[in-house]
Design a binder for this molecule. Structure first.
Ligand code: URA
Length: 245
């Protein structure tokens, strides 16, 4: 929920001061009811807000999840002409943007939306939204090494925050292992650097969950709209973590 004058200003109606004047002049309605107090709040994603009868922010909000293949840039365009994630979208007229980044070589769950406010809350470092990766690494790390990753390990840009780490799969010949790791930060190449720090370089990296939403069996290169339940989970993840700042 946000103050009405802030919502109106963000939607490009006018300056915040001018929007306050529109409210006190009785020009603004929320879900059909005229609002004249300046303290009033609304939810721009759910409420129908009108100014002189015209709906604001009417562009449909779209929330997609994609299974990004490796070898694709998390961007809407690439100056060098390499494939970008939005190349995979068909018949999507809204201008959606990726929520955060996955490396060129990383695959898996990527959210795309035109809801800039939710995207910011999900990616802001202070909001600590959990992201789970399956990292397939060289050889089989010792439990004590995984504990180091769980407690926090020193990287060149400082200690990492606590993480949840567990074995998913172990090669009987000891050549590789797949480890699930959940982090609440988003530093550059963080998961790869964490495993490098314990001398088990990452062979393959896939994100399987983000803020309570999981990739499940979405095929590589495919995308779909989030369900209302998934969107609620995502909003809760962004809000709950915001409170514990
Ligand atoms: N950590 C990485 O190393 N790469 C990613 O793409 C995401 C997290």
């Amino acid at each position: 929920m946000e103050r009405l004058q802030k919502i109106l200003a963000h939607a490009g109606v006018a300056s915040r001061r001018k929007c306050e004047e529109l409210i006190t002049a009785g020009k603004v309605a929320v879900n059909g009811v005229t609002v004249t107090e300046l303290g009033a709040k609304a939810d721009p994603a759910r409420d129908v807000i009108t100014v002189s009868g015209r709906r604001i922010g009417a562009e449909r909000k779209l929330y997609l999840m994609m299974n990004k293949p490796k070898g694709v840039i998390t961007s809407v365009r690439d100056p060098q002409g390499r494939p970008v994630v939005t190349d995979y979208l068909k018949n999507v007229k809204e201008r959606v943007y990726p929520v955060g980044r996955l490396d060129y070589d990383t695959e898996g769950l990527l959210l795309l939306t035109n809801d800039g406010d939710l995207a910011n809350r999900l990616t802001h470092p202070r909001h600590h939204v959990p992201k789970t990766y399956h990292a397939t690494v060289e050889r089989v790390p010792h439990g004590s090494d995984l504990e180091k990753l769980a407690h926090g390990i020193r990287l060149e840009d400082g200690m990492t925050a606590p993480a949840e780490v567990e074995y998913v799969d172990v090669d009987p010949d000891g050549k590789f292992a797949t480890i699930s790791i959940t982090i609440r930060e988003g530093r550059n190449r963080q998961v790869r650097r964490m495993f490098e720090a314990i001398r088990h370089p990452v062979i393959r990296l896939k994100r399987v969950a983000f803020g309570g939403v999981t990739l499940d069996n979405l095929q590589r290169g495919k995308y779909r709209a989030l369900t209302p339940e998934e969107l609620d989970a995502l909003r809760r993840a962004a809000d709950a973590t915001a409170e514990s700042r």
